[in-house]
Design a binder for this molecule. Structure first.
Ligand SMILES: C[S@@+](CC[C@H](N)C(=O)[O-])C[C@H]1O[C@@H](n2cnc3c(N)ncnc32)[C@H](O)[C@@H]1O
Length: 438
């Protein structure tokens, strides 16, 4: 693609400029999702793609910036360079993309509103020309396969991974720097996985089933060979299918709901796992969520998937307290706890830039508060599944062991425990408890 316009007719220079501003917002502590949510619909796809890639390629782009700019550039120039260099690195990776001169020209134009414009333009031009010679050889010369690039994480995070995964810590960071694949969950109330694959084939979308993750069989997971906008998925708006990582699909599978059971999803928004449970069985479901804004997303998802009924209650409340509870015990509880999200960095590459080491302790306290309260609301012989999308044992195995130690009536049943990120699954932790007696 050599056109200066992005696929959505936003000039590339404008897209680079907005993505660089988005990166600046992340560096000052705002979540990228929050920033992207404020964009115009035609801006979002390209800006999301540019800013995600800039964060994923941060380690390599900053090696290059350091090599060519002895004194650190001002932050706004640094962020723009990181967006533009990621464009080069992606071009090198898949052999497609923008021509080198287009990236340089458009990145230079994107400096138009900066302080000291001439200085910024000169610096961006000089650095990108040098980078282009390294990562994009002249036409006709062989491209070398790109080196894998590890994900940026702060020193305390890296130390945690090294301490806990002396062999696997690097492969975790390499897996998380890759673009996450598009994985679907077929709504079993409407189609089997095989039936939906036929529908995909009919519109020319290639897919393959993901049969299992961490030894747990999955019935609904499909990996798309190439990502497509959800609007192109057959029946998306009538609820045939949802986008959900394969590792996340273990939750409802392990909880194994059966019709008639009363189930609590204690930390439910945006409702991905609530919906999966309801796709598997006609349960009496309470979906609880603390955050009012996120709560609205649960209803939206259930509407699209045609899963609303008078047996489903969506409630705003704090799972570590009983104030919202009507006192009726639950057969099963899904506790998908608030956590560092260190396992889902491939889908949220801003997370390592936002988390602080002290967050882990305070998240641990929150998780314990919710575990304690949830246990009181579970029937004798009931099941509670504790889940986090974290790779830090402080939020996984340490919490499960602490909980089992505190409750002599908590029996641990088979569940995968820690799952590390792979090409088809984010990182998760799963522990299943049965309540033995009251
Ligand atoms: C990991 S996310 C849940 C994802 C959801 N289960 C899904 O699969 O779509 C954790 C959620 O817990 C919510 N949360 C945090 N603290 C809570 C609390 N004390 N009570 C209820 N929900 C809480 C957060 O706002 C967040 O939406």
């Amino acid at each position: 693609m050599t056109d200066k316009k992005t696929p959505h007719s936003l000039p590339l220079s404008e897209a680079i400029s907005i993505a660089a501003q988005a990166i600046s917002e992340v560096m000052s502590g705002r979540s990228l999702t929050e920033v992207l949510d404020q964009l115009e619909p035609h801006e979002r796809p390209i800006v999301q793609s540019l800013s995600f890639d800039a964060l994923r390629k941060w380690v390599r782009s900053h090696e290059l910036i350091k090599q060519f700019v002895p004194k650190s550039p001002p932050p706004e120039v640094d962020h723009l360079l990181s967006v533009a260099i990621a464009l080069f690195l992606n071009e090198n990776a898949d052999g497609k993309g923008y021509a080198a001169h287009t990236i340089v020209d458009q990145a230079v134009s994107a400096c138009a509103n900066y302080d000291k414009t001439m200085y910024a333009k000169g610096l961006v031009n000089a650095v990108l020309r040098k980078v282009s010679l390294i990562v994009q050889p002249p036409e006709g010369e062989t491209r070398f396969p790109p080196d894998p690039i590890p994900m940026f994480v702060p020193p305390w995070w890296r130390a945690n991974l090294k301490r806990n995964y002396s062999k696997a810590w690097q492969s975790i960071l390499f897996a998380q720097a890759k673009r996450a694949p598009l994985i679907l969950r077929v709504n079993q109330k409407q189609y089997s996985r095989e039936q939906y694959q036929v529908l995909l084939n009919e519109v020319g979308i290639a897919s393959s089933p993901i049969e299992e993750v961490a030894g747990v069989k999955l019935a609904s997971a499909l990996l798309l060979s190439n990502p497509v906008p959800v609007s192109e998925l057959p029946g998306f708006y009538s609820g045939a299918v949802s986008v959900q990582d394969a590792g996340a699909q273990l939750a409802a599978t392990l909880l194994n709901p059966t019709s008639g059971e009363r189930i609590l999803d204690a930390c439910a928004a945006p409702g991905g796992k609530t919906a999966h449970i309801l796709e598997l069985a006609d349960c009496e479901m309470v979906a609880l969520e603390l955050d009012g804004e996120r709560l609205g997303k649960i209803g939206g998802n259930l509407d699209r998937l045609r899963l609303h009924s008078d047996r489903v209650q969506v409630i705003r409340g704090d799972a570590s307290k009983a104030s919202w509870w009507d006192g009726r015990l639950f057969d099963k509880i899904l506790l998908d706890a608030p956590c560092s999200a260190s396992g889902i960095v491939a889908r949220h590459p801003d997370i390592p830039f936002l988390r602080r080491e002290a967050d882990i302790k305070s998240l641990q306290q929150k998780q314990r508060g919710i575990l304690e309260q949830a246990w009181k609301m579970l029937k004798p012989d009931g099941l509670m599944l504790y889940v986090t999308c974290s790779v830090f044992p402080e939020e996984g195995e340490e919490q499960a062991s602490w909980f089992a130690g505190e409750h002599s009536n908590a029996v641990r049943l088979g569940a995968p425990g820690q799952i590390l990120p792979t090409d088809v699954s984010d990182g998760f932790y799963y522990a299943l408890f049965k309540k033995n007696g009251p």
